[in-house]
Design a protein around this ligand. Structure first.
Ligand code: URA
Length: 416
């Protein structure tokens, strides 16, 4: 390679370390070199740390997003294909909204090529939830993705090896070098994967609170602003909804338990907070009004669409109403109120930690997960509860695991 002082990686690291700006072609060079295996991990780690400490301009973040997008393939759609839309959530406890949003939006005539992730730490992952449906395939070839979307209007799959390989490699490094919580790096990581879907519109659900990646509203706002500005620069209309994640979304947390709740919501049977978030997020990218979306959810149209997608991806729709039997945990423990009063707190972090310890999540990427365990019938805050009333049910593999989970959750409950 020709020596080019501007492309000397240590010089670029030093410039960013000292608060300078990197040019789009320099960022492209870094990502190309790193993805090809020609830039050592220690240099990329140093650069990621410099970015975390010094930040990036919108122009730099856009260049990084584009370079990561170009590191792999993107889904290509026919010229006159319907509009493509999707939502991305920064993740939380009990967040099963994707399972409802994809089929609901597809009822609207748009296409939803949803590429989702797995759970890590206390937050669950859409792919893990879907895989609790026997036979459901989340690894589809590009040709299969096209077939399903052309026939059904929505598809829910994992990131293939060909999509944003630079992000895969960089995220693995960030995960072990303390460089995950950087707004530009998160923005580029999320948007590159979403842009690879060939989207026209995207809605971002940025959560903040005890059970979220972003702990404060200010941090969530900063990430939201960065994603909207970067999306705009790259030609995607991105809307944002900031939402609190102090208590779990809906009334269930855990893989199969969340699919069961999503099915309830798709059949128009709530719970209300879950339905409200779903309608809000869909309304931000949909061509239909909130009333029309509500109607699609309550008429059974979205439920039919979900069943069609499950069948197209290898599952049996009839199993959706039998998941409680298919994944029955041996122990169901009722956690009861130890006093009467108003339920002030049902801490999302405590519930998420308990669900992780029960085996529903992974502490490390290579861990296996248990579809059956978790919590359901989780009481919502603001309600009056009576002494001895059930506040939630814990589904566990053993009595000792259930007791440990109850102990963890109790530390996050407040009744006044
Ligand atoms: N999720 C992602 O996909 N990337 C990040 O950097 C953080 C959360």
């Amino acid at each position: 390679m020709r020596f080019d002082a501007g492309m000397h990686i240590p010089t670029l690291i030093e410039r960013k370390r000292d608060g300078g700006e990197l040019l789009p072609e320099e960022i492209q060079h870094v990502i190309t070199t790193f993805t090809a295996g020609d830039m050592p991990d220690y240099q990329m780690s140093a650069l990621a740390m410099a970015i975390l400490l010094r930040g990036m301009t919108t122009q730099e973040t856009s260049a990084l997003t584009l370079a990561m997008l170009r590191s792999g393939r993107t889904l290509e759609w026919p010229q006159h294909a319907p509009m493509r839309v999707d939502k991305h959530s920064t993740g939380g406890i009990g967040d099963k909204t994707s399972l409802i949003i994809a089929p609901l939006l597809a009822c609207d005539g748009v296409w939803v090529p949803m590429i989702s992730g797995r759970g890590l730490g206390i937050t669950g992952g859409t792919l893990d939830k879907l895989e609790s449906i026997p036979g459901f395939r989340t690894r589809l070839s590009e040709a299969e993705i096209h077939q399903v979307i052309e026939r059904i209007g929505c598809v829910m799959v994992g990131q293939t090896d060909n999509i944003c390989p630079a992000d895969k490699k960089l995220y693995a490094l960030r995960d072990v070098t303390g460089t995950v919580p950087s707004v530009p790096l998160i923005t580029a990581s999320i948007l590159s994967k979403k842009l690879a879907e060939g989207l026209d519109r995207l809605v971002l659900d940025v959560k903040h609170g005890s059970g979220a990646f972003m702990k404060t509203e200010a941090a969530a706002h900063e990430l939201a602003q960065s994603m909207v500005a970067t999306g705009r620069t790259l030609g995607v209309r991105a809307g944002v909804r900031l939402s609190r994640m102090d208590e779990p979304t809906g009334e269930a947390a855990g893989n199969a338990l969340e699919v069961i709740e999503a099915v309830r919501c798709l059949r128009g049977e709530g719970p209300q907070d879950l339905e409200d978030i779903v309608i809000d997020l869909c309304a931000a990218v949909s061509i239909s009004s909130r009333e029309q979306l509500h109607q699609l959810l309550h008429s059974g149209a979205a439920w039919e669409k979900f069943q069609a997608m499950v069948a197209a991806q290898g599952g049996r729709p009839a199993d959706l109403l039998r998941l409680a039997d298919i994944h029955a945990a041996p122990v169901i423990h009722e956690l009861r109120a130890d006093r009467s009063g108003r339920l002030m707190k049902m801490d999302a972090r405590a519930v998420g930690q308990a669900v992780l310890e029960l085996g529903a999540g992974r502490a490390r990427a290579a861990d296996s997960i248990d579809f059956a365990v978790g919590c359901d019938q989780i009481a919502k805050t603001g309600r009056e509860v009576a002494f001895g009333e059930t506040l939630l049910r814990i589904h566990a593999r053993s009595h000792s695991a259930a007791e440990q989970a109850a102990h963890t959750i109790r530390s996050g409950i407040q009744i006044e």
